[in-house]
Design a protein around this ligand. Structure first.
Ligand code: 7TS
Length: 415
C-alpha cells in the first residue's frame, strides 16, 4: 500500500463510512456507480442555502453576486482540473449522460448524414451507446464497433482499419466501468483527426481516477459526472473546444441562454451560457468546486497510485481464491480500480446479496453495458470498485466474504 496520503485521516471526512449495514461496518466498494461525499462538500451545500441562496447571473443584490461568483469560480476550478484552455468551454449539465446527449443532439444532428460512420467501442456504457445508435438510425448512418482483445483492450490494429474517411466521430470511454480498461485516447484522437473526424471521450470513469488533460488526450469533447468524484449528484460537465461549441446550436432553449429575444428572432448568449438554459443547479455546482479542491489537495497522481496498489492487492487475492474469472486487463497498472468478476458457480446477484449481509456494497448485473456482457458471454458480473478511502483491510473483508459465499451458495450452478 502506498503512503502518499493518510487514508485513516481521509476517512474521517466521510462520516457515512462509519455506518453499520446489517450490524456490520460498511465496506463501500461501489464507487464506479457513485462515490461518497466528504463533509467539506456537504458543508458547501449547507453554507450556500444558509447564507447566500439566490438566483445567479441576474440579480444585482449582494447574495446574487456572491452566488454568481461562487458558481463561475467552480467552473474555473473544473476547467483547470481537466487542463482546459478556457473556462467558457466548460458547460454544466446534469450528468455525463446529458453531456453526451447534448453533443448527439446539437453537433450530431448538424453533422451526421446518411452514409457517415460513428465509431464507438464494444465496452461503452449505454450512455455513450444509445445516443449514437439512435442518431445513426435516424440519419441512416452506420455505427461501427471497435472490438476488444482477449484481455479487454481496444484492438488498435483493427481500429486503424475501422477509422477511415467515412468516420465523422469516434466516441469512446476513457476507462471502462466494467473491465477497468484504460483506453489509448491520444492514439485514437490522432487516428480520428487524420481522417477529419472528431473524438468524444466519455470521462465518467476516467476523470475521477486518472489525471485527465484534454490537451494531452487531444480530444474534442470530454464528458464526466461530479457525483463519481466526491461531488454531489446532479452535476455533469461537457467540455468542448470553443470553436466547436460556438458553431453548435443550443440543446435546450429558454431563460439564461439568450442574449436578446424579439417576437421574430432570438440571439443566443455566448459560451458557456448558450448551453445552460434556465436556472442551473447552483448549490451543487458550487459544491462540485469543493470536490475538485479536495481531489487537488490529494493530487490525482496519489489517487491513481493508491488505486493501482489496491487493485493489484485485490487481483492477487482474487486469484488465490481460485475458481474466479476476472474480466479485463491482467495488470493493475493497465486498468482502473474496477474489478468485474464471476466467482465459483455463484450468480453475481447472489454474490452481491450475500456480501451485503456482511455490510459490503458492490454492484452486480450488466452495469449498463449489455452489449459488452454479450461479448463476454455472461448475463452479468459482480463488480468491486475502489476510491481514495478504501483500504487493504476492506479488500481482505471482501475476500473473506466471498469465501463464505462460496460455502453457502457454491452448489448453485450459474455457469
Ligand atoms: N459512462 C460511463 C463509463 C459510466 O461508468 C457511467 C455511469 C456513465 C457514463 C453515466 O454516468 P451518469 O452520471 O450520467 O449516470 N456508470 C455507472 C456504473 O458503472 N454503475 O452505476 C453507474
Amino acid at each position: 500500500m502506498t503512503n502518499t496520503y493518510d487514508i485513516q485521516q481521509i476517512r474521517k471526512d466521510f462520516p457515512i463510512l462509519e455506518r453499520k449495514i446489517n450490524g456490520k461496518q460498511l465496506v463501500y466498494l461501489d464507487n464506479a456507480a457513485t462515490s461518497q461525499t466528504p463533509i467539506q462538500v456537504v458543508d458547501a451545500l449547507v453554507d450556500y442555502y444558509n447564507r447566500y441562496n439566490a438566483n445567479i447571473h441576474r440579480g444585482i443584490h449582494t447574495m446574487s453576486e456572491e452566488g454568481t461568483e461562487a458558481y463561475e469560480s467552480a467552473r474555473e476550478k473544473i476547467a483547470a482540473f481537466i487542463d482546459a484552455p478556457e473556462a467558457r468551454e466548460v458547460i454544466f449539465t446534469r450528468n455525463t449522460t446529458e453531456a453526451i446527449n447534448l453533443v448527439a443532439y446539437s453537433w450530431g444532428k448538424q453533422h451526421i448524414l446518411p452514409g457517415d460512420e460513428v465509431v464507438i467501442s464494444a465496452m461503452e456504457h449505454h450512455s455513450n451507446f444509445v445516443p449514437w445508435q439512435m442518431l445513426c438510425n435516424e440519419r441512416e448512418a452506420k455505427l461501427v464497433y471497435l472490438e476488444l482483445t482477449e484481455d479487454g483492450q481496444i484492438d488498435m490494429a483493427l481500429a486503424e482499419k475501422l477509422i477511415g474517411p467515412k468516420t465523422k466521430l469516434v466516441a469512446v470511454t476513457q476507462m471502462s466501468n466494467v473491465l477497468g480498461t484504460i483506453t489509448p485516447i491520444t492514439q485514437l484522437a490522432r487516428l480520428a483527426h487524420k481522417h477529419g473526424a472528431l473524438i468524444l471521450v466519455d470521462g465518467a470513469q476516467g476523470a475521477p481516477h486518472l489525471e485527465s488533460s484534454v490537451k494531452e488526450m487531444e480530444c474534442d469533447f470530454f464528458a464526466f459526472s461530479l457525483h463519481k468524484m466526491l461531488g454531489p449528484t446532479g452535476i455533469g460537465v461537457l467540455w468542448g473546444k470553443a470553436e466547436l461549441l460556438e458553431a453548435m446550436p443550443p440543446f435546450m432553449t429558454g431563460g439564461d441562454m439568450i442574449s436578446s429575444v424579439g417576437r421574430d428572432k432570438t440571439i443566443y448568449n455566448e459560451l458557456p451560457w448558450k448551453f445552460e438554459a434556465g436556472t442551473p443547479n447552483i448549490a451543487d455546482v458550487i459544491a462540485s468546486g469543493v470536490a475538485i479542491d479536495y481531489l487537488n489537495k490529494l493530487g490525482m497522481k496519489a489517487v491513481r497510485e493508491h488505486e493501482v496498489a489496491l487493485t493489484d492487492y485485490a487481483l492477487k487475492g482474487l486469484e488465490k481464491l481460485g475458481d474466479v474469472i476476472v474480466y479485463g486487463p491482467k495488470l493493475a497498472t493497465e486498468r482502473g480500480g474496477v474489478i468485474s468478476f464471476n466467482f465459483s458457480k455463484v450468480h453475481p446477484h447472489d454474490v452481491g446479496q450475500i456480501l451485503n449481509e456482511s455490510g459490503i456494497a458492490i454492484r452486480a448485473g450488466h452495469h449498463c453495458c449489455q452489449p459488452l456482457m454479450k461479448s463476454l458471454n455472461v448475463q452479468g458480473t459482480a463488480r468491486a470498485s475502489f476510491y481514495i478511502y478504501n483500504t487493504e483491510a476492506e479488500v481482505d473483508q471482501l475476500l473473506e466474504a466471498l469465501k463464505e459465499a462460496d460455502k453457502v451458495l457454491g452448489h448453485v450452478a450459474y455457469r
